[in-house]
Design a protein around this ligand. Structure first.
Ligand code: HEC
Ligand code: HEC
Length: 262
């Protein structure tokens, strides 16, 4: 059933891919390959060029919002200072993270939303508010070049295990798991695209076909749709668990967000 979904194109025919070894010997992948390596060269060039990257205006807006107070709300910078100089500079790489206050693993977006409401005391930013997209993209851009530092031990272990089992679970009308596409068949053509290893490094990303920034969870929904499986809401516990698992799987691959995708 699965085989007929993929066009036959061996890895050998493709341009040579740069690989990195995974940090954890338990990683099921023997080599890590960043998502951009599977993109058309024109799209990759767009991502690499600071001026051509269509996500650049979103990151710039995020930087402005970080230091702008919208009274009575306080600015993020009034407490956290200049993000570039701050200890928190690489904070994106450590998410999703176990949060003491809510006793669960949360995404960076959830953390920002809470600071916005409780610390800045501003009007809430929903998951899809342009301000939320901008600020999270800005924070993500500060982790460019460093790998994920997620902690999957201790109180995060159960969420990690859940993410792992979701990754291998067959789902949807087509009964496809994430692993079938991204572990067993990466490098193969799938429709107009080449299957990557499905790493989270380039997200949030600008999606050219939709003319907008998309989150990692937006990408999960697109993948769920390909498998004709149920699509969940932004921040749904299953997506947070998958995000944690994917970040662990990608350890050693540097972040490249904001990415550009077709
Ligand atoms: C009044 C001070 C204050 C303001 C304003 C504020 N924060 Fe925070 N923020 C904190 C404190 C204190 C913590 C750490 C303690 C905690 O967990 O609440 C924190 C934690 C964070 C964290 C998590 C850091 C980590 O190590 O995981 C992020 C991300 C964050 N803030 C982003 C923001 C953003 C974005 C804004 C602006 C929308 C903002 N904060 C506004 C005080 C503030
Ligand atoms: C039917 C095949 C298929 C399944 C099943 C599938 N995906 Fe994907 N996925 C794709 C395609 C096609 C793309 C776009 C090209 C690429 O990067 O692989 C993609 C892209 C991604 C990306 C973005 C990679 C990048 O760098 O742009 C992530 C992350 C991802 N998938 C995660 C998942 C997760 C998690 C699951 C399981 C819930 C899943 N996928 C299931 C086909 C699939």
């Amino acid at each position: 059933m699965l085989v007929c979904l993929f066009a036959f194109q061996s890895m050998a025919q493709a341009p040579e891919l740069r690989t990195l070894p995974p940090l954890d010997p338990n990683n099921p992948l023997k080599e890590l390959i960043g998502g951009e390596q599977f993109l058309a060269p024109t799209i990759r060039a767009m991502q690499d060029d600071a001026f051509d990257n269509p996500a650049a205006p979103t990151v710039e807006l995020g930087e402005k919002l970080w230091s702008r107070a919208d009274p009575p709300a306080r600015s993020c910078a009034s407490c956290h200072g200049d993000l570039r100089q701050s200890q928190m500079r690489r904070v994106f790489a450590s998410y999703p993270k176990f949060d003491q206050a809510s006793q669960k693993v949360i995404t960076l977006g959830e953390r920002v939303a809470r600071c916005r409401e409780q610390r800045s005391q501003g009007s809430p930013w929903s998951s899809y508010a342009p301000e939320m997209t901008a600020v999270t993209s800005y924070i993500a851009s500060m982790s460019k070049g460093v790998p994920s530092s997620v902690d999957v031990s201790g109180p995060a272990a159960a969420t990690f295990e859940k993410g792992k089992s979701l990754y291998y679970a067959k789902a949807g009308q087509l009964q496809l798991s994430c692993a079938q596409c991204h572990e067993d068949n990466y490098g193969q053509q799938y429709g107009a695209e080449r299957l990557s290893q499905g790493h989270p490094q380039g997200f949030p990303a600008y999606r050219i076909s939709e003319n907008r920034m998309i989150t990692l969870h937006d990408r999960f929904r697109l993948c769920n749709r390909l498998a004709r499986a149920e699509q969940l809401a932004e921040g749904a516990p299953d997506y947070v668990a998958l995000e944690l698992y994917l970040n662990w799987r990608s350890k050693n691959l540097p972040f490249t967000a904001p990415g550009v995708r077709p």
